[in-house]
Design a protein around this ligand. Structure first.
Ligand code: GLU
Length: 341
């Protein structure tokens, strides 16, 4: 069997959302349960959203909860660099190759023009899918225009007929009509890849066996599969996980001051209690046991017991669990822990 390799791929947004930390934990447990590798990759290709010090928050959180990575920007590994902005030269080569394979094309349309069309469709209440005239330009002609200095992006090419499916460990088989898939930009005119492209290249190149991520990516995964197929690459095992919600209708959001690991620690919740609690968000062990060390979680974790339904973050439950951890402490450790408060 291939070695199990998972990755946590946060974008440095400046805080650690509890849902993201829960995804990281599942990724870690899936790898460690099989004696595999857990990789940290920083996804910083959205340069407009970069925040000072954000990468340190990621390192600090992972350290505080004991999710130690085997490869990453700070410790290296065989598949680096582990920061996307340091991998730029690689994406262009892959994008050109994908064009040759027929999975993408060069597009010279202006963003303003596409945006205007999108707005118009919106105002008419119709759903918008860009029908790119550039996919009919021959490669030779496109190359010539690029050589002449014209600005371009690389856009995925999707044949409108047929269906694409993939199998997800949690959600089962997902099948879509190709005609519903939009042809996203893969490489921007500044040479930066979008998530839609970078995730595939990086996961393939880093030999990731299990792609574990939030279920908001379920709907674009068929598009990613088409790209894997165009290159002739093995498709990873997909594990999409349900969101962590504040209540049935609302996501946990940064604005409420209760969505991040740092907010909870500031309020006096212990990192080990938080980690234990979030393991039970969207996953359930076979037994009734609720208190688990990380070691125990590694032993009992089973992908098959991840739930499809959204998990509700119950602060009262966390408070109860935190109390269990506090009472189990030695007097010295308790004193050290509560002193700053
Ligand atoms: N950078 C993406 C995010 O933070 C990662 C998604 C993934 O795990 O593939 O949402």
């Amino acid at each position: 069997m291939k070695k199990v390799r998972t990755r946590f791929a946060p974008s440095p947004t400046g805080y650690m959302h509890i849902g993201n930390l829960r995804t990281a934990l599942f990724e870690y447990l899936i790898a460690k349960h099989e004696d595999g590798d857990f990789i940290l990759r920083i996804e910083d290709t959205d340069q407009e959203r970069l925040v000072e010090g954000a990468v340190d928050i990621i390192y600090d959180t992972m350290k505080a909860v004991g999710l130690n990575h085997d490869e990453g920007p700070d410790i290296g590994g065989d598949f680096g660099p582990y920061v996307q902005s340091e991998r730029l030269s690689m994406y262009k080569g892959y994008a050109d190759q994908l064009v040759e394979l027929g999975g993408a094309h060069y597009c010279f349309c202006s963003e303003e023009e596409i945006e205007a069309q999108r707005k118009e469709a919106e105002s008419l209440g119709i759903s918008f899918k860009y029908d790119d005239p550039c996919k009919h330009i021959s490669i030779e002609e496109a190359r010539k225009r690029i050589a002449d200095g014209e600005k371009y992006v690389v856009r995925q090419t999707i044949k409108a007929n047929g269906e694409t499916y993939f199998d997800d460990e949690v959600y089962g088989r997902i099948e879509v009509d190709n005609s519903t898939l939009d042809e996203s930009v893969l490489l921007k005119s500044d040479g930066f890849p979008t998530y839609n492209f970078a995730n595939i290249i990086d996961d393939h190149q880093m030999q990731i066996s299990h792609v574990v991520r939030g279920n908001e990516y379920l709907s674009s995964t068929p598009k990613y599969n088409l790209i894997y197929q165009a290159y002739g690459w093995d498709i990873p095992t997909y594990v999409h996980v349900p969101p962590v919600m504040k209540d049935e209708q609302h996501k946990l959001s940064k604005r409420n001051g209760d969505a991040s690991f740092q907010d909870l620690v500031k309020k006096g919740y212990l990192p080990e209690a938080i980690l234990n609690y979030i393991a039970l968000l969207g996953w359930a062990p076979e037994s009734e046991q609720e208190i688990y060390s990380l070691e125990e979680l590694i032993k009992v974790f089973d992908i098959k017991r991840i739930s499809k339904s959204p998990a509700i973050f119950d602060i009262d439950k966390l408070t109860w669990m935190n109390g269990m951890y506090l009472r189990a402490m030695s007097e010295e450790k308790f004193y050290e822990t509560v002193k700053p408060y």
